[in-house]
Design a protein around this ligand. Structure first.
Ligand code: PAP
Length: 310
């Protein structure tokens, strides 16, 4: 592993006081321990046809998608007063491919019959078995400007750097150059988007903003797609509405585990995954020049796709 990593292009993030170095592997950037986990997964992870992959670039709605999918697939086992989401951080309820061991997936499959696995790995670099097993993939993406702001705060807060010590303009420039978690972000979205056109029955694309504006139809789409559709009786009984409310930002960000907890063996506080969840927060950070620059870049990359990231 060290041998592979040594040969890769590196970038040290100056705006983070040099405390984070990213490595470029197979056309995407990430930090060392996630890269190691990703390479191990590429070498040894065996997907099964019933697995459901929850894929995303960082800060695009991963935590939300995981809670919704977890609540949907476990709804017969748990209700709102017994769900593990009450006491366990979402990212521990749904295993993360790059961080977990093969045994963890096997235990989850056996004990909870949980088919969910999350990853940030771009489509082209997924372990080969994810494609060959023909398992389902849900991909969430979000307005690039809000992703940039969310990404900025997440890295900064993870290192406990105050805003005055972490210049946003530099973070912005770096993101524009493609150096962001699993970036370039455009390529991440395009990879899953193209795959969804080729395999529409296996890959569902959801947009963060759509999930917000029309939660019910999108949550039902998600449930249908992952093979756990809501029955008419469930809908009448308010099960869909309850899942939307429970997994909503207001409720999740106020659960004790998400306010004060930390992940096992991690110094990162769970609360940094729940910041504002506001559409258009970028307006508080971007200058006109920044807006024009990112819009132009996005237009160039997405020309002809019909995808809207702005
Ligand atoms: P990750 O990829 O590191 O797991 P991810 O969950 O994708 O992070 O992104 C976090 C963003 O989702 C935060 O956005 P913000 O910085 O603009 O506030 C976070 O607030 C938002 N978020 C977390 N949970 C929810 C939720 N239940 N509903 C809506 N947005 C959420």
């Amino acid at each position: 592993m060290e041998e592979i990593i040594k040969t890769l292009p590196q970038h040290t993030c100056n705006w983070l006081k040099g405390k984070i170095t990213m490595y470029k592997y197979q056309d995407f950037w990430t930090i060392k321990h996630l890269l190691e986990g990703g390479i191990l997964a590429q070498q040894s992870f065996k997907a099964e046809p019933n697995d459901v992959f929850l894929c995303s670039a960082p800060k695009t709605g991963t935590t939300w998608l995981k809670s919704l999918a977890f609540a949907i697939v476990t709804r017969e086992k748990f209700d709102e007063s017994t769900t593990p989401l009450l006491t366990k951080f979402v990212h521990e309820c749904v295993p993360f491919l790059e961080k977990s061991q093969v045994e963890e997936h096997e235990n989850n499959r056996k004990n909870l019959s949980l088919p969910l696995i999350a990853t940030h790995i771009p489509y082209a670099s997924l372990p080969e078995s994810v494609i060959s097993s023909n398992c389902k993939i849900v991909y969430i993406y979000r307005n690039i400007k809000d992703v940039i702001v969310s990404h900025y705060h997440f890295l900064r807060e993870g290192l406990k750097l105050p805003m005055e010590d972490a210049p946003f303009e530099e973070a912005f420039e770096e993101f524009c150059q493609g150096v962001s978690g699993y970036g370039p972000y455009w390529d991440h979205v395009l990879g899953y988007w193209k795959a969804s056109l080729e395999r529409p029955d296996k890959i569902l694309l959801l947009k963060y903003e759509d999930l917000k504006s029309e939660p019910k139809s999108n949550v039902k789409r998600l449930a249908d797609f992952i093979g756990c559709p809501f029955s008419v009786d469930e809908e009448k009984a308010g099960v869909v509405d309850n899942i939307i409310r429970f997994c909503g930002f207001e409720n999740m960000s106020n659960l004790e585990v998400n306010k004060t907890g930390k992940r096992n063996g991690s110094v990162t506080e769970n609360r940094i995954y729940f910041r504002k969840a506001k559409d258009g927060d970028w307006k508080n950070y971007f200058t006109n020049e920044m807006k024009e620059k990112i819009d132009k870049l996005t237009d160039e990359k997405f020309n002809g796709t019909g995808l809207l990231l702005k």
